[in-house]
Write a protein that binds this ligand. Structure first.
Ligand SMILES: Cc1cc2nc3c(=O)[nH]c(=O)nc-3n(C[C@H](O)[C@H](O)[C@H](O)COP(=O)(O)OP(=O)(O)OC[C@H]3O[C@@H](n4cnc5c(N)ncnc54)[C@H](O)[C@@H]3O)c2cc1C
Length: 427
């Protein structure tokens, strides 16, 4: 990893103050060594510490350096592929278990924020916005599906009703999920890291895991130290590189970009999003946006397959923002950044164990704020010997991308282009 400082994002500029964290320079011993201090790693660490494990977290850069400190901040329920697809893939019993878990991540976030008093601008309410009658039909079935799994805080909105909550005339309707919502994502990660330390966990920054010595007593090596542990949790997601080659084969890092306007002032902000809900549209390559606590609009969208950093992010995202909100024509963009998420072919998370003592969760395919919090709990349960929920994820089938490591990027881009065309022409 070349650059280990935060990108120049709105989040880094408005991050809560944190103490400097040490670089690992010793030989330490612990129960669980967690690799990566994003939500997956921090959530795992917290659940493990709450259950009496000693935990050491290794972070290659800084807490929340990856997607967890760069994302749109949208608390979205369920998975990147919904429970109906899971039902068709794995059958009703496993789907029932996964379906019951699909709304737990948002509850975990709220519970963490309350218990550890995390200051991260948490707001309730998320909107799925339909651009066509077909997408509205899909939302109607999604509501029935989610209600079947006990999730009832949902309201379908017709064209008139959605205009009350989103000041944009593109949408034919939508669905409001009051258990969705939004957060300042980096401050959530920083608050969770402080909670880890308050329970006796240790976090080393600028301390990449460069080699894992596998076996009955595994050791994780960093450039200047090593961690001996009973268990290892690999939580490096799209930033992991080739540390664990088995994991790299069935996933692909992808970039997505976000811009942030200058503060809009109360009146304009209220005209865009009167109730301060977050919004994502229902396209395959979706746009997502929300207000910040100081009334800026954060707008994200698009995907760069293979995670190259685009040269001019504003030029890519600003036209999408202006299409939704032409009234922002003269507004200045203060921040623009990119971040990587990890895509799997099925768009479902890749979870499992290597040998008896190396556990992993990754690849929630761009839809991970809630899932990663759930993953931490499920991984901690597995380490405590209760693996039923872990196995429900671990049994999801995963396949390599067509074309292998060399051709997977153009093939995936081709697939996305096809779905993009379907969105454009409402097919
Ligand atoms: C721009 C963007 C917008 C998004 N918007 C949303 C959204 O609005 N809602 C939503 O639900 N999802 C969203 N996502 C997805 C979501 O942010 C991710 O799914 C989630 O944050 C992944 O968390 P993670 O902990 O698994 O990975 P990450 O947050 O990427 O953390 C991995 C960490 O591991 C570290 N690491 C990697 N390798 C090593 C190593 N060898 N040694 C030590 N440390 C290592 C990295 O430095 C990094 O800090 C978005 C993603 C991006 C990029």
């Amino acid at each position: 990893m070349e650059n280990t400082q935060y990108p120049e994002s709105y989040y880094a500029a408005s991050a809560n103050a944190v103490p400097p964290r040490p670089v690992l320079q010793d030989d330490v011993e612990t129960d669980v060594c967690v690799i990566g201090a994003g939500y997956t790693g921090l959530s795992s660490a917290l659940f493990l510490l709450e259950n009496g494990f000693r935990v050491t977290v290794l972070e290659a850069a800084k807490v929340g350096f990856g997607a967890s400190g760069r994302n749109g901040g949208q608390i979205v329920n369920s998975y990147s592929r919904d429970i109906d697809v899971i039902e068709r893939t794995v059958g009703p019993k496993q789907a029932q278990l996964l379906g019951e878990m699909a709304f737990e991540g948002g509850r975990i976030i709220r519970e963490r924020v309350a218990r550890y008093n995390i200051q991260c601008d948490l707001k309730d309410g998320g909107v799925f916005a339909a651009l066509s009658a077909k997408q509205m039909g899909h939302l109607e079935s999604q509501k029935r599906l989610w209600e079947r799994f006990g999730h009832t805080q949902l309201e379908l909105m017709d064209q008139r009703r959605i205009r009350e909550v989103v000041g944009c005339d593109q949408y034919v309707g939508g669905m409001l999920d009051m258990s969705g919502g939004h957060i300042h994502p980096l401050n959530l990660a920083l608050g969770e890291a402080a909670a880890v330390e308050s329970l006796g966990g240790t976090i080393y920054e600028q301390s990449p895991a460069v080699r894992i010595e596998r076996g009955a007593n595994p050791v994780v090596h960093t450039p200047q130290g090593k961690v001996r542990a009973r268990f290892i949790i690999v939580a490096g997601n799209a930033y992991l590189g080739n540390l664990v080659p088995e994991l790299a084969a069935k996933s692909m890092p992808c970039g997505t970009q976000v811009i942030t306007t200058e503060p809009l002032g109360d009146e304009l902000a209220k005209a865009l999003l009167p109730q301060d809900y977050c919004v994502e549209d229902c396209n395959y390559l979706l746009d997502y946006y929300r207000l910040t606590a100081d009334k800026r609009l954060i707008f994200g969208g698009g995907v760069v397959y293979g995670a190259r950093d685009p040269a001019n992010i504003e030029a890519i995202i600003r036209p999408k923002m202006l299409k939704a909100f032409p009234q922002l024509k003269g507004v200045k963009i203060d921040y623009a950044w990119t971040g990587n998420f990890l895509l799997t072919l099925s768009r479902l998370p890749q979870v499992g164990r290597l040998g008896d003592n190396i556990y992993y969760s990754q690849g929630c395919s761009g839809h991970g704020v809630t899932y990663t919090h759930l993953a931490g709990k499920v991984l901690a349960e597995a380490l405590r010997g209760q693996a039923e929920r872990f196995d429900a994820f671990a049994d999801l089938p995963h396949y390599p991308f067509p074309g292998g490591q060399l051709l997977r990027t153009p093939f995936a881009a081709l697939g996305a282009w096809y779905y993009g065309l379907r969105d454009k022409y409402g097919l």
